[in-house]
Design a protein around this ligand. Structure first.
Ligand SMILES: Nc1nc2c(ncn2[C@@H]2O[C@H](COP(=O)(O)OP(=O)(O)OP(=O)(O)O)[C@@H](O)[C@H]2O)c(=O)[nH]1
Ligand SMILES: [Mg+2]
Length: 253
């Protein structure tokens, strides 16, 4: 067992996996996260929040409960990625919540790097970034890269995050208490970072395009992103103008 400084820590970690039709990936991701818990002596749980996927994702995840520390929550109304993650926060027993995609695009081996700075008190949130030294994208088509860069540029006015559309984050759960999170759209990382105005540290990650299953990112998601950004700009600047928030962009390290 590696000594990462995490072993012996009493802090519990909840890894939230939102899923919709991830039958080809769910077993691999839950087992991979469980292995990281074991190798790094992390006291952790996995919470699968499934939007009643017709492909049986929830059933497969539930079958793993005998061998992995996994709980499955099936939602039956109001399908939505951000909604699912917000419900996952509510179900989490851990003091730190890690949010990641279930399609193996986010590197599970980075979980220790994501939680360590929070355990050490260096920051309250970590965000996996493809756009800092050591980060990157593998097998991503040029148009996806372009959309990602464009989306980051549009968010510049509300956050200094280099990769605001990243879906990989770790957050101290106590930070979310009393914060009204908007379930619109897909970008819960951006929502949490802007609304909590917390100390954020970016961790380099290499994002790998999904090998199995289908993307759920369509035109609707892009339109929702713009609507979401509009709401975040209004939120940030109204507070700033009213003087209730002096720094309209939180510091990113
Ligand atoms: N609960 C829930 N999860 C969802 C929903 N849509 C997507 N997801 C999950 O959210 C994560 C990210 O969705 P993806 O389809 O991978 O989106 P993406 O990474 O932008 O696009 P691709 O990797 O190209 O598929 C995956 O784990 C999905 O299964 C949804 O409506 N509800
Ligand atoms: Mg994906």
């Amino acid at each position: 067992m590696k000594d990462t400084g995490l072993s012996g820590a009493k802090t519990m970690i909840s890894v939230i996996l939102p899923t919709y039709n991830e039958a080809p990936n769910i077993r691999r991701i839950v087992c991979a996260v469980t292995e990281i818990f074991r190798d790094e002596a992390i006291r952790g749980e996995v919470i699968v929040v499934d939007d009643n996927s017709p492909d049986g994702t929830a059933r497969i995840a539930a079958e793993l409960a005998g061998s992995c520390p996994v709980r499955v929550h099936v939602r039956t109304s109001g399908r939505g990625l951000a909604r699912s993650i917000i419900e996952g926060f509510g179900l989490a027993q851990g003091e730190i919540c890690v949010v990641m995609d279930a399609d193996l695009s986010h590197p599970v081996e980075k979980i220790p790097d994501m939680i360590k700075p929070i355990l050490e008190g260096t920051c309250d949130i970590t965000v996996g970034s493809r756009y800092i030294d050591g980060g990157g994208n593998v097998d991503w088509p040029w148009f996806r890269r372009m959309i990602s860069r464009g989306a980051a540029l549009l968010a510049r006015g509300v956050t200094a995050l280099s990769d605001p559309t990243s879906g990989f984050m770790a957050v101290k759960k106590s930070l979310l208490q009393g914060v009204a999170l908007d379930p619109l759209g897909w970008k819960i990382v951006l929502e949490v970072v802007v609304k909590t105005n917390a100390r954020v540290l970016e961790i380099p990650i290499v994002f790998t395009d999904r090998e199995l299953g289908e993307s759920k990112l369509g035109l609707r998601a892009q339109v929702d992103y713009l609507r979401h950004l509009g709401r975040l700009y209004a939120y940030r600047y109204l507070r700033w103008v009213k003087g209730s928030d002096h720094s309209y962009k939180n510091k990113i390290r």
